[in-house]
Write a protein that binds this ligand. Structure first.
Ligand code: ARG
Length: 467
């Protein structure tokens, strides 16, 4: 690229001294915001077409601008564009190169616009796209999850509270709990999208512009829902971005919890699942090891995304109206959040089908922990015993079984009757894991018939969403 485009400051008119070198390095953002080139070009094309519509540019000028910008886009994508830190940011790099390439018309592009409404527009276009990508990735992950759940409706494992064996549950019921989290996550992103999809262009630096811009037309060209109602607000607030990062933090928090369970289940002590070799790594010193590093990394990366949320909130909190340069610092955190979130969703979805379930180990674990004690208490209640008394009776029974090192279902009827004379032969139905599961037969419960229905409903919601 020619020297002029590389060196001359587009705002240089009122300055007599060149920029200090340290300042140039400190203030440039092109090293990271070059990533917005596509959205910057998209916004500039729409703005120039609108300027032609209202007669500020001729049709020929607008056409030349469009062709010139599309050329630059190709150059950028082919790696032929030389980005210059002296030109500060993506906006001025592209504008300077455009003027260099097409002359006079290029210099008219910035009419009725400021970098303040330009950058706010670019980041909204970028984030709208990222939101759609993330929603699609969540849905792809849900599809894998539901497929997995479909194989595990009748698989029994212990449900935990306090990480202690609590009650037996269907493994699919557990996986469907994850699906609920993801469904809310996708909804949150879709809701935030409404507030992203508002157009700042026309706000100019902060107060609007003296040109009679047709903002509705620019909006239509860019697919925004409406123009921003207040120019000061439009150039300054980044709440939509904080909202996205906060939805992203919740997603990472959910993925992290799921990964924590995967790590526990894959451990030697649980042996509930086996993660495919392609999604594990070995140890450089201990030859026997197969580590769940993918799950650990997703759990670890949740910290970055949550940290980015903090950075953005603090970045925003003390800014007076309207635009301040502080806002340039929004880019790296939000790009990092989008990258971390999308790769985590992708790799998690890829790992899921590699997981093999060890149904026998799950079943044995459910047998171990007196998981049907509540079922015995509820049995006694059905025989007329007040719940508190039933709780007491079963407590003593469990104590006795622990002392004798046997599961509840292995106690004889006589032994059971020592604790409650109203106990009958039919008690053994509720002491079995299957009996326990089947009895939780209500909407939202873990009885396999209910789980199968919940799965069918989840699949239907997912496919409705996708149409
Ligand atoms: N690089 C800047 C940013 O990201 C663009 C806007 C700069 N505006 C200005 N008046 N200095 O926020």
């Amino acid at each position: 690229m020619a020297d002029q485009a590389d060196n001359k400051k587009l705002w240089g008119g009122r300055f007599n001294e060149p920029t200090n070198e340290l300042v140039e390095a400190f203030t440039e953002s092109v090293s990271f915001d070059a990533r917005l080139y596509r959205h910057d070009i998209q916004g500039s094309i729409a703005h120039s077409q609108m300027l032609a519509k209202i007669g500020v540019l001729t049709e020929e000028e607008a056409d030349a601008i469009k062709a010139g910008l599309l050329n630059l886009q190709t150059e950028i994508e082919n790696g032929d564009f030389s980005w210059s830190a002296a030109l500060e940011d993506v906006h001025m790099n592209i504008e300077a190169h455009l003027s260099e390439a097409i002359g006079e018309a290029g210099k008219k592009l910035h009419t009725g616009r400021s970098r303040n409404d330009q950058v706010a527009t670019d980041i909204r276009l970028y984030l709208r796209e990222a939101t759609d990508d993330c929603i699609a990735l969540i849905k792809a992950l849900q599809a894998e999850l539901l497929e997995f759940a479909g194989r595990e409706v009748n698989t029994i494992l212990p449900g935990f509270t306090h990480l202690q064996v609590a009650q037996p549950i269907s493994f699919a019921h557990h996986l469907l709990a994850w699906n609920e989290m993801l469904e809310r996550d996708a909804e949150r992103l879709a809701d935030g999208r409404k507030r992203i999809n508002v157009m700042p262009l026309g706000s100019a630096a902060l107060a609007g512009t003296s040109f009679p811009l047709d903002r509705d037309y620019t909006c239509e060209l860019l697919g925004f829902e409406r123009p921003a109602r207040n120019s000061l607000d439009a150039v300054s607030d980044r709440d939509f971005l904080i909202e996205f990062n906060s939805a992203a933090s919740l997603i990472m928090m959910h993925l992290s919890r799921m990964c924590e369970e995967i790590i526990l289940w894959a451990s030697e002590n649980y042996k509930f699942i086996d993660i495919g070799d392609a999604f594990c790594t070995g140890s450089s010193i201990m030859p026997q090891k197969k580590n769940p590093d993918i799950a650990e990394l997703i759990r670890g990366k949740s910290g970055r995304v949550i940290g980015n949320l903090q950075a953005l909130l603090v970045l925003m909190k003390s800014q007076p109206l309207a635009y301040n340069r502080d806002n340039q610092e929004d880019k790296q955190p939000i790009f990092d959040t989008v990258d971390t979130l999308t790769t985590s969703l992708r790799v998690f979805a890829a790992m899921l089908p590699s997981i093999k379930t060890n149904r026998e180990a799950m079943y044995q674990a459910a047998l171990q922990g007196y998981a049907t004690a509540t079922d015995l208490a509820e049995y006694l209640v059905r025989r007329g015993v007040p719940f508190r008394d039933a709780h007491e009776i079963v407590g003593s029974t469990v104590n006795f079984a622990i002392e004798n090192k046997v599961p509840l279902a292995d106690l004889s009827l006589q032994q059971l009757q020592e604790f409650g004379s109203m106990i009958d032969e039919d008690v053994f139905e509720v002491l079995s894991l299957e009996g326990s599961l089947n009895s939780r037969d209500h909407f939202g419960g873990t009885a396999p018939v209910q789980v199968a229905a919940a799965l069918a409903a989840a699949l239907a919601r997912l496919s409705n969403d996708q149409t």
